[in-house]
Design a binder for this molecule. Structure first.
Ligand code: KIV
Ligand code: ZN
Length: 515
């Protein structure tokens, strides 16, 4: 098995993403995480670009041990001098020189002939080589360069002392097949190709950066340049986590491995997302929040029977604590029973049916159902049920219609059911909607309750969180507690009050039976 080198350019190409700039402290934090992740090379910046860039390359070079630290430089002596100077304290320094080689760049950007192009590569690599042994040369826009010219440039760079030659798809234009052919061509046509590692650096403009990088590995490339979360110019670079996990998961195809400690991928991704402020989409492969989350009932059932039914990698292999069986409207009974059991409740068939009905109702109103929501459902439907009055002996909520307006009394029409019959009361009055509900309940249930305490709080985070209502009511000098949850706090308040009414009725029935 070959070991593919992972060259991370989050701190250089990644930082070139609009909005992704990092300060020195943040760069040092990311560099330390990259070294721990096991990347072979950290491109820490472009030393000549600004005093800030110079300082960050120098500081990263001072602290990082175990990975090479690299600075980018154009094929210009002052650039190479700055790169060499910034890398003075590196344990394993690498100077990375680049020159565009494609006809478009030669003609419009550099105004350079092919001869001059080759000569410039030769003199820059030779110049850089006097400062350190590890020199990388990149043929910018290599995938749009004539193959004969590219072969000449690569041969020249290696003859001048480049130990790595990089073939960037600078504009993300190549298809995987083209990339395979290009690397294969270089491997077969450049006579001294075995004296250097061939690398790729692919941009993601057509969403193919990972695919083209893998094609290059298949053709014999020994280094992949990539970034955490796929950050980088425009649509970004090849994503490190994706290419690494593709090599690992499909080692049967690539017959290769990397030194990356894959369990650190998620923490590193999170760190980079936090310091750059560029959030990782939920559905991003490998590190997105949904990457190991299953919601459909069929998938969850399969996962519970055997995780390999729907998972090709272990979540723990990339640093996620566990598979997330997200409970939502597509979930089935098996997933609900499993979650309840993990939360400490072994539901019998009847309880499960009951909770499942409530769960589906809730799922229609709320996108994600969290553990706290499940606990609330269990609490509300099983634990809090006054068990020695029959189901239809209790008052239950049917519907409400509420009209509130600033400066006017609320008007509520409340429908409750008792012994399979529906009763409706319309009330205009009260200090606010909850008071109006309270008055309507008092009227409908023919009780004399008064509200002692009312408390509402959200069960989980987010706009669609459920409201959890706890109330204390007084009746005949006794206090009774009521509890309910719903995404609709008016509904939760009504059910909580009824919950307390049913409780004191239950106790009164029990007392009268004892007399
Ligand atoms: O995209 C590119 O070609 C680059 C080079 C400087 C390697 O970033
Ligand atoms: Zn790039």
């Amino acid at each position: 098995m070959r070991t593919i080198k992972i060259f991370d350019t989050t701190l250089r190409d990644g930082e070139q993403s609009p909005g992704a700039s990092m300060n020195l402290r943040e760069k040092l934090e990311v560099a330390a995480a990259l070294a721990e992740l096991g990347v072979d090379v950290i491109e820490a910046g472009f030393a000549i670009a600004s005093p800030g860039d110079f300082e960050s390359v120098r500081e990263v070079a001072r602290v990082v041990r175990g990975s090479s630290v690299c600075s980018l430089a154009r094929c210009v002596e002052s650039d190479i001098d700055a790169a060499a100077e910034s890398l003075k304290d590196a344990e394993q320094p690498r100077i990375h020189v680049f020159l565009a080689t494609s006809p478009i760049h030669r003609q419009y950007k550099l105004k350079m002939t092919t001869e001059k192009n080759v000569e410039t590569v030769h003199s820059a690599v030779t110049y850089a080589r006097q400062f350190c042994q590890d020199i990388e040369f990149s043929a910018e826009d290599a995938t749009r360069t004539e193959i004969d010219h590219l072969c000449r440039v690569v041969e020249t760079a290696i003859n001048a002392g480049a130990t790595t030659v990089n073939i960037p798809d600078t504009v993300g234009y190549a298809t995987p097949t083209e990339m395979y052919e290009r690397i294969d061509n270089l491997m077969n046509r450049v006579p001294n190709i075995d004296k250097a590692t061939i690398s790729v650096h692919n941009h993601n403009d057509l969403g193919m950066a990972v695919a083209t990088s893998l094609a290059a590995v298949w053709a014999g490339a020994g280094q992949v340049e990539c970034t955490i979360n796929g950050l980088g110019e425009r649509a970004g670079n090849c994503s490190l986590e994706e290419v690494v996990m593709a090599i690992k998961t499909r080692h049967d195809i690539y017959n290769a491995s990397t030194r990356i400690i894959t369990q650190k991928l998620v923490p590193t991704s999170r760190l980079v997302a936090t310091v750059t402020g560029l959030k990782v989409p939920r559905n991003k492969a490998i590190v997105g929040q949904n990457a190991f989350a299953h919601e459909s009932g069929i998938h969850q059932d399969g996962m519970l029977k055997n995780p390999t039914t729907y998972e090709i990698m272990l979540p723990s292999d990339v640093g996620f604590p566990k598979t997330d069986l997200v409970l939502g409207k597509h979930s089935g009974r098996a997933a609900l029973a499993d979650r309840a059991s993990r939360l400490g409740f072994e539901l019998d068939a009847e309880q499960l049916s009951k909770i499942f009905i409530e769960f589906k109702k809730l799922a229609d109103r709320k996108r994600n159902i969290y553990d706290d929501d499940i606990l609330a459902l269990i609490e509300q439907n099983i634990h809090e049920q006054p068990d020695n009055i029959k189901e239809n002996d209790t008052w239950s909520f049917v519907s409400y219609n509420l009209h509130c307006q600033t400066g006017k009394e609320p008007v509520i029409s409340l429908a409750l059911s008792y012994k399979n019959k529906e009763y409706t009361k319309e009330i205009s009055g009260g200090d606010g909607p909850i008071d109006a509900i309270f008055l309507a309940i008092r009227d409908l249930t023919q009780t004399n309750i008064s509200l002692k305490e009312y408390n509402v709080q959200s069960v989980t985070d987010g706009q669609d969180a459920q409201g959890e209502v706890t109330i204390l009511i007084n009746q005949n000098k006794e206090t009774y507690r009521g509890y309910a949850v719903s995404t609709d706090t008016i509904e939760a308040s009504t059910i909580a009050i009824l919950n307390a009414v049913n409780r004191f009725r239950k106790l009164n029935i029990a007392k009268s039976k004892n007399h």
